[in-house]
Design a protein. Structure first.
Length: 599
């Protein structure tokens, strides 16, 4: 019997490794930009065509590579970052495993041009599917230039599952933002299809955050700074009034590396307890500096999951630091003392002589009963009803008994009576018992189906704004607008582009007057991030995002007529039981259960 176990070829092993490291074009940019940072670059330029499907180019002015290093860099586990296993516990570079370049070369075509400062000429290396096609000398500036073409050309299944260009570009911008926020001292540029999306000059960290997310965003940041023996925590947290349900920019960085950490996220949320609504999030950019021996970054190929040795003490330090920032820098509304026309109240001074109490003059001869009463006082009461007192209406009134020989009133002749409980639920009697309806969720279902119908029929009414508002967004959010704009126009938004990342809001859908249109569109964008090529999926995301913002809020008091409209419109919907995201809208308390409780 022949042996069945054999070594896989290097090309197959590299494609398997690429499945973990290179998931989409954004992964390629992340790995190449991190290598440029490790090479000591002062300027890094990134150019993409068709959201990275066609080409990705990363140009840096780092140290460059020799002819031998350029060829060896595409071998698996070839790295200049570590030499022995103990180096894993003292990492000071972004990469260290030597898997990024071999993984990229396994699923794409690469052209590398690189030169060191001490070399007169550079090296040009071309690869295709882990196979070296050619190597020759060339003329190029100091540094490295990676040109990655036809990503996943030899893995059609992976290429087929890439999403729309707008979604992939959004992922590229998100990965790019996480790197530029760590290195404000490096110049970065990003171009997409020849258009400049980001041009970030070297500066301070606060300036870098402002350049990425906008001037208004930077005005709401509060600094965090604390240093202990365990760690040093710096960065910025936003003011409580900037809290959002979705789409808040939340970033943790440890030793210059982006990470996801749910435990530390709870620490920040706890610091904002009772300052923001339940379920809301505030933006933050928090940087940890710890001893590399106290963390483990070698957990996941993407290096975004990091294990801390002293999680509990750092959690307490983080909570205290954020609370301190809120207490020191959070603005408190000031009382406007308008003293014009008001008496001056002197400050209390225990040493000074007490002021004599004011005296009130009076007329001891005045008696109101000596005056002659008005003779026509009865006319003052002519407009009042003749009955002495009105009875307060009952909570659940019972219909009056019909007179003898009179036909009983049909139920359809009058609107049914409803009761609103705590500004949240609508209670109404049905044949089988008592129906309880969540007013907010019911209105979400009603508006969702209305907006979805408008998106399908492209018939909507728009309300023009007297003063158009300017909508500023992050580049990652602006990348989605190409997909979202037709759907927003279909429901009644009128948007005019003012630049790569800003729009003028000239009109909003009729019926949502009073809402903040900029915040409304940003919430829709945050809900529409995982959109796909399917138009119905995009319409669903826009409709549910708009319905959530425009629906009746909890706590709003409704009249009986308004509650009757909600109930009737709800039962005209296709699905009366659940919201579009699967939450229950109503429940019925059976009559038998009520009798059992009161029996």
């Amino acid at each position: 019997m022949t042996d069945v176990i054999q070594l896989l070829p290097d090309s197959v092993a590299n494609q398997i490794a690429a499945g973990e490291v290179i998931q989409r074009p954004a992964s390629v940019i992340k790995e190449l930009v991190e290598n440029a940072v490790d090479a000591g670059a002062h300027t890094i330029n990134v150019l993409v065509v068709d959201a990275g499907r066609t080409t990705i180019q990363v140009i840096d002015d780092g140290c460059g590579m020799s002819e031998t290093d350029a060829r060896l860099a595409f071998e698996r586990h070839a790295t200049s970052k570590i030499r022995k296993a103990d180096d894993l516990f003292s990492l000071h570079t972004m990469g260290f495993r030597g898997e990024a370049l071999p993984s990229i070369a396994a699923v794409a075509q690469i052209e590398l041009r690189t030169r060191r400062e001490t070399d007169e000429v550079g090296t040009c290396l071309t690869l295709s599917g882990s196979r070296i096609d050619g190597q020759e000398v060339c003329s190029c500036p100091v540094g490295s230039s990676f040109m990655v073409s036809n990503l996943f050309f030899n893995v059609p299944a992976r290429r087929k599952f890439l999403k729309t260009n707008a979604t992939e570009l959004n992922a590229i911008l998100t990965a790019f933002e996480r790197i530029v926020l760590v290195y404000p001292e490096i110049n970065f540029t990003l171009h997409s299809n020849g258009q400049e999306l980001l041009n970030l000059k070297a500066g301070s960290l606060r300036q870098r955050i402002t350049d990425v997310y906008g001037r208004r965003f930077g005005q709401d940041l509060m600094p965090v700074n604390v240093e202990t023996q365990l760690c040093k925590i710096t960065g910025f947290v936003a003011k409580p009034e900037t809290a959002r349900k979705k789409g808040a920019h939340e970033c943790f960085f440890v030793n210059g590396r982006y990470m996801k950490h749910a435990y530390f996220h709870k620490a920040v949320q706890q610091a904002y307890e009772r300052l923001i609504p339940a379920g809301a999030h505030v933006p933050y950019f928090i940087y940890f500096t710890v001893n590399p021996a106290d963390i483990d970054v070698n957990i996941h190929p993407t290096k975004t999951e990091i294990k801390f040795e002293n999680e509990q003490p750092i959690w307490q330090i983080l909570t205290a630091a954020v609370k301190d920032a809120i207490g020191q820098f959070c603005e408190i509304p000031q009382i406007d003392f308008d003293t014009e026309g008001r008496p001056e109240i002197p400050a209390y001074n225990p040493v000074s002589v007490p002021v004599e109490a004011p005296r009130v003059s009076k007329n001891p001869q005045y008696n109101p009963f000596h005056e002659k009463p008005a003779s026509n006082w009865e006319r003052l009461y002519e407009s009042l009803p003749s009955q002495h007192a009105e009875q307060e209406p009952a909570l659940f009134p019972t219909p009056e008994e019909p007179a003898l020989g009179e036909q009983p009133m049909e139920l359809t002749d009058v609107s049914p009576l409803h009761y609103q409980y705590k500004g949240r639920y609508i209670m109404t009697a049905v044949k089988s018992g008592l129906m309880i309806i969540d007013q907010h969720r019911a209105d979400i279902r009603i508006r969702y189906e209305q907006y979805l119908h408008q998106l399908g029929e492209t018939t909507s009414r728009s309300q023009r704004l007297l003063f158009p508002e300017v909508l500023e967004m992050a580049p990652s959010e602006a990348a989605l607008m190409t997909d979202i704009l037709p759907a927003l126009a279909a429901v009644g938004f009128e948007l005019t582009p003012l630049g790569p990342s800003s729009y003028a809001v000239n009109g909003v859908p009729a019926g949502i007057e009073g809402l903040n249109p900029s915040l409304l569109i940003q919430n829709i964008l945050s809900s529409a991030v995982p959109v796909s090529r399917d138009t119905m999926s995009l319409n669903h995301q826009v409709a549910i995002g708009l319905a959530r913002q425009a629906a009746i809020p909890y706590g709003q008091q409704l009249s009986n007529e308004e509650m009757d409209v909600v109930v009737n419109n709800l039962f005209a919907c296709e699905n009366v039981n659940y919201t579009p995201d699967g939450k229950a809208i109503l429940c019925i308390l059976p009559q038998s259960d009520i009798e059992h409780l009161l029996g």
